[in-house]
Write a protein that binds this ligand. Structure first.
Ligand code: AMP
Ligand code: MG
Length: 491
């Protein structure tokens, strides 16, 4: 393994604040080099915004960094320890196939984690090989970048390299490593780990760290740990509302996959809903539908209750008082979520002001959509552009009545029709990463070494609110032969 010397020329500006936490929170690791790394994709605009020199990054030497064959100057490779409730059951986990290189301080002064995923075994690998396959890494790249473009807080994807090695799953698959960029990798599960294993002092160190990194504005609040809980609840409420508004189904909302920063993380079995149905589940392992579309908000509430529990020793000296503070904070979640969702839904329907009946107007539309198995994204698009075809949902008398009610509602606000239309345009994406399109791109990439399909898809996904003509062909729902769609965890 080589230590890259040209840190400044490339633009690496790494710090390692996480490594200054108590040792119980990580294991420092030696990267595991791979045979012959090859750069598959580099997110050039993200690289530039991180202060990295795109041309230099692409050189053979520097690709090593994305493969774990070399580390940039200032790196401190480590695997993070965490725990988590997986499908409701508590487990000790940790980065089993990821390695934090360090935190890049961007030209704007922001601090982001640079993490390799698929980089080899760590002390937390349990039975796993620590590796990742090309398909799932490209899938994460595509969907996380699409989420970012949709305006949804998320970890980002900086690069994917192939390793030149096969990994063994049901069949042999090409190995790959993804470089993930995140506001941090602090999870609800990190706090659960601290509360289960660490001393109260360790827990407090973690909470102080999270506050300083993500919520510095709470510095003067009288109970900072309560503020931490409340702020995370707010961000998660806003996040899951955004998921619901675009029909994103995370698929594996275990507490280790819930960030303290409020970013979406872990693009394993996630997928976007085509036909509107709250019971939609894509993940092959989610047999009970625990993480179905319609369950995402209450599950977020459940996950936040686990976060609150882990913070109990810090909230108050008196146990009962502590419990009460935690319960009050968690009980705010449903209304916080609901108000984010309602605001977003109003915008999707071009509504600026608030009326009591708005919720029933929205629910009525959703119920007609469900009844008629309407495509979620395209129904809102049709309303935006007043292009309801005389078929399916739009040919029903229920819809005609609903539309009258909606039009009457729009007339009871001061804003013009044109401003309503503009609001709808920026609230209803022209395209989402449709499952069959993502599969098609991955198949070309993995099976035929043809990355052009993925590149084209990435390009149209990068401006979902542009509503350009080149996006039209990507808005078609999957043909019946591609349904029901199933996703796999990508391990
Ligand atoms: P996930 O389902 O991706 O949230 O992963 C749950 C846990 O399994 C995490 O601790 C991962 O690091 C670990 N894990 C997933 N895949 C592997 C693998 N191939 N080798 C080792 N650990 C893994
Ligand atoms: Mg995970």
């Amino acid at each position: 393994m080589t230590q890259r010397k040209e840190g400044n020329e490339i633009g690496w500006n790494l710090d390692n604040s996480y490594a200054r936490l108590p040792k119980t929170f990580f294991s420092s690791i030696t990267p595991n080099p791979v045979r012959s790394p090859e750069l598959i994709i580099l997110n050039e605009s993200l690289a530039s915004s991180l202060g990295l020199n795109v041309q230099s990054l692409k050189s053979e030497n520097e690709i090593d960094v994305f493969a774990g064959n070399g580390v940039p100057e200032g790196a401190f490779p480590l695997a993070q320890a965490y725990a988590g409730h997986q499908f409701g059951h508590f487990n000790m986990l940790g980065d089993g196939r990821a390695m934090l290189i360090g935190e890049q301080i961007t030209p704007k002064g922001e601090r982001v984690d640079i993490q390799l995923k698929g980089s080899g075994r760590t002390p937390y690998s349990r039975g796993g090989d620590g590796r990742a396959a090309l398909g799932p890494m490209l899938r994460e790249y595509i969907i996380s970048e699409a989420m970012h473009a949709l305006g949804i807080p998320t970890t980002r994807s900086l690069a994917v390299v192939t390793t030149g090695e096969s990994i063994i799953r049901e069949t042999d698959l090409p190995g790959a490593i993804m470089t993930r960029v995140a506001a941090s990798h602090l999870r609800v599960g990190t706090f659960e780990y601290a509360s289960k294993l660490g001393s109260d002092k360790d827990l407090q160190a973690l909470a102080d760290y999270a506050l300083e990194r993500h919520y510095p504005e709470t510095n003067n609040s009288p109970n900072r740990y309560l503020s931490l809980l409340q702020e995370v609840i707010k961000r998660q409420a806003a996040l899951v509302a955004k998921w619901q508004l675009v029909g994103f189904i995370h698929g594996v909302m275990n507490t280790d996959n819930v960030t303290v920063s409020g970013e979406t993380i872990d693009y394993g079995p996630c997928a976007f809903m085509d036909t509107y149905d709250p019971a939609t589940v894509f993940s092959s392992i989610d047999i009970q539908g625990r993480y179905a579309y319609g369950n995402q908000p209450p599950i977020t509430g459940w996950n936040l209750a686990r976060f609150a529990e882990s913070l109990l020793p810090l909230l108050h000296d008196d146990q009962e008082e502590s419990l009460k503070l935690a319960q009050d904070a968690v009980s705010d979640f449903p209304k916080l979520y609901h108000s984010n969702w309602l605001t977003g839904m109003r915008a999707k329907l071009g509504i600026f002001n608030e009326e009591e009946q708005d919720q029933s107007l929205i629910e009525e539309l959703l119920s007609i959509m469900k009844e008629n198995q309407a495509d979620y994204t395209n129904t809102f698009l049709a309303l935006t552009f007043d292009k309801e075809e005389d078929a399916g949902l739009f040919s029903t008398s229920e819809f005609a009545q609903w539309k009258d009610r909606w039009k009457a509602r729009l007339s009871r606000q001061q804003e013009t029709q044109e401003s309503s239309h503009q609001l709808m345009r920026k609230s209803n994406p022209a395209i989402i990463p449709r499952n069959h399109r993502v599969e098609e791109a991955l198949e070309a990439a993995v099976e035929q070494d043809d990355y052009s399909v993925m590149e084209k898809l990435l390009e149209v996904l990068s401006t979902p609110y542009e509503h350009s003509s080149k996006q039209v062909e990507y808005s078609t729902p999957p043909p019946p032969s591609k349904r029901p769609y199933q996703t796999f965890c990508g391990t």
